[in-house]
Write a protein that binds this ligand. Sequence first.
Ligand SMILES: [Fe+2]
Length: 386
Amino acid sequence: MASNFSFSRVPDVHVGLGSTGQLAGVAKALRVQAPIIITDEGIVDLGLLNTSVSSLTATGVRPTVFSGVVADPPESILFEALSTARKNGCDGVIGFGGGSSMDVAKVLSVLMVGDQKLGSMYGVDKVIGARMPLIQIPTTAGTGSEATMVSVITTGKTTKAGIVSRTLLADAVILDARLTFGLPPSITAATGIDAMVHAIESFTSVRLKNPMSDFLALKALRLLSTNIRTVMHQSDNAEARQAMLFGAMCAGEAFANAPVAAVHALAYPLGGNYHIPHGLTNSLVLPHVLRYNSPQADELYDQLVPVILGADRPYADKKESALVLAEYFTKLAKELGLPTTLQQMNISKYDLPRLAKEAMTQTRLLINNPRFVSEKDALKIYQQAF
Ligand SMILES: [Fe+2]
């Protein structure tokens, strides 16, 4: 455990049922008069924006809604949003939705200030200059994007690239579980597992792991594992939904500082090539990466077993902890109705070598993994997940 460390987090967080009603006050504190709300059509159709928009307009703040975000957002969405923001004289950004909307909101807030080209922002610490005030309001409990300084943008047909910069860390976050009541069970399940993966990979990261990220990862895993089944069966259980949303943000803060690793590196090619939702791609490879990491990570996995399994913890010595977790997550995925093999996703076994090759490009993530992953290893993991 590092004795010296730095930790970055969102300075202003509002948690609670109906907390979107506080949006106007949060915007005013940031001197925002005309925010652009970045969201998708589904959110608008479900009426989830209503409370926020009325909170803003009632106090004279003039929001512009941009609802053009799609999953795996391409660069073109950013340019469309930028032109809408400029046309309407917007002076702040509110990300409202899942990871895609919040990721677009982050980069947009930078594009609205200065003239740095998007192409020069990809990578770590490449963002120059300031951004517009940024507020994030997640509507799924999973990505943790509201708490991170990363945006993932689709740059080619199947390729995604990340922009990592402290500039992307929001000024404020609102966690209102009421926004998550209507989530379809498949999204609730996959995003919940994504959040658990964030906490696990952060806890076992060989780079930048620190006492604060560990504390948050453990808190997140306890909240998420205790409540994930409840929210699947009782969609509007406010307490459980709020716990999931808070747990996902804790996991987000953990991995914003002690980053994720091979599960995400192997998941990204699945998302890029087959447009499988991010949480599900993680869930598909997770048990196999846990087993692969076993020789190097069992000490740490052993600490996670009682947190995740609680009283259900089977007897296990340290060497079995990866196995225990792998079995837990396979069982959980089945219970939550998620597919558990690549074959079920109609992925051809002839695609696996190409996927392994693509996974190797995720060096930003692979360097955090407790065990070195070669292209050959990645292929083996995909074959086991097949
Ligand atoms: Fe993730």
